[in-house]
Design a protein around this ligand. Structure first.
Ligand code: FMN
Length: 315
């Protein structure tokens, strides 16, 4: 079985060291590992053209949904991704989030990497689909993140946002771990407990690879406030409820004996965007937006006139 390691830090930097530690431990269990350093790849950003959905080769017309951007390394990345049974992402923290390069990659993955989107588009296309069937292979993932700051408040969105890479592909995250206080390249090699934890993560991912999805358990140290994504990134105050920023599900806040908990009903958990049903619902809510537009699109040329002619320029 194949385990893909993704890193986006400096060469022989802290994230690469943690990744290598995790992969070495994983390989001891018999899986085969490979590393892709994002900085060695040229991946152009998504322009938002939506050709992958509604262009000539778009998913809703039974096409492959392959991106129209040419001359970059996205085909190579896809090939490595589709071959893999497991993925470990190891990234530095940049401004309390993963680095922008991961976001560029995530946007390029788009609808053609979204299991629910591919399935529903196939229905719209009368049962035709040119999408790569390997998108439906069962995969698991682990996340490692390393920050230079001493405290976790400077890494608050790093691990949560890594889920935006895995959730469209239904990749089950089995473990995630945040390391802090490693700023200088190589500094993390002096942190024995961080190295040991990275090894554990590598073993957890390797042991989950190839297992049926329902048998894969989350092995992280912190079960998290959200029982679906295991993250603690909550939005408070919208509709007097608590919303999981990653899953989009609503829960109720309780404070007991000085401890804050959020309870998410089974119904809400079932429609997290980490589930196929949650993503399926999103496909149809987006279709409603398109229908609403179609019903008024004759008004568009007149409405756009004012913006076309406005061309501000500093003197
Ligand atoms: C642009 C930039 C922003 C950073 N922002 C943070 C941050 O918000 N929180 C943090 O803990 N470390 C931050 N760091 C420090 C890096 O996360 C840290 O040095 C890390 O070890 C780099 O990983 P690498 O050695 O794999 O490249 C930042 C570094 C850079 C270059």
């Amino acid at each position: 079985m194949k385990l893909l390691g993704l890193s986006a830090g400096r060469k022989m930097g802290n994230s690469e060291i943690l990744l290598k530690e995790a992969l070495m431990a994983a390989e001891e269990t018999g899986v085969e590992a490979e590393i892709l350093r994002l900085h060695d790849l040229k991946i152009k950003p998504c322009t938002g053209c939506t050709s992958c959905v509604q262009g000539k080769n778009g998913l809703i017309f039974g096409g492959s949904g392959q991106c129209v951007i040419k001359n970059d390394d996205m085909p190579l990345f896809n090939e490595k991704l589709w071959e893999s049974d497991g993925i470990i992402i190891s990234m530095p923290v940049f401004i309390f989030q993963p680095p922008g390069y991961l976001k560029v990659l995530i946007d390029r993955c788009g609808p053609s990497h979204d299991q629910a989107f591919v399935m529903e588009a196939k229905k719209v296309a009368g049962g035709k689909s040119g999408a790569d069937p390997r998108i439906f292979k069962s995969r698991v993932a682990g996340f490692l993140s390393v920050g230079g700051a001493p405290h976790f408040d400077w890494a608050s969105l790093a691990l949560p946002l890594m889920n935006t890479f895995t959730f469209p592909m239904e990749i089950k995250v089995v473990d995630m771990h945040q390391v802090m206080g490693s700023a200088i390249p190589g500094q993390v090699s002096l942190n024995d407990s961080a190295l040991a934890r990275a090894r554990k993560l590598g073993q957890n991912v390797a042991n989950a690879m190839g297992k049926p999805k329902e048998k894969v358990k989350y092995m992280g140290d912190d079960p998290g406030t959200c029982p679906v994504c295991h993250c603690n990134a909550m939005l408070v105050g919208r509709e007097s409820m608590v919303e999981c920023a990653i899953c989009g599900i609503k829960g109720e806040l309780e404070q007991k004996d000085g401890k804050i908990t959020v309870t998410f009903s089974k119904e809400q958990q079932a429609i997290s965007r980490l589930t196929l049903e949650g993503k399926r619902r999103h496909f149809y809510e987006i279709a409603d937006v398109q229908r609403e537009f179609d019903s008024r699109k004759v008004e568009l040329p007149a409405k756009l006139e004012k913006y076309k002619s406005y061309k501000p320029a500093w003197k």
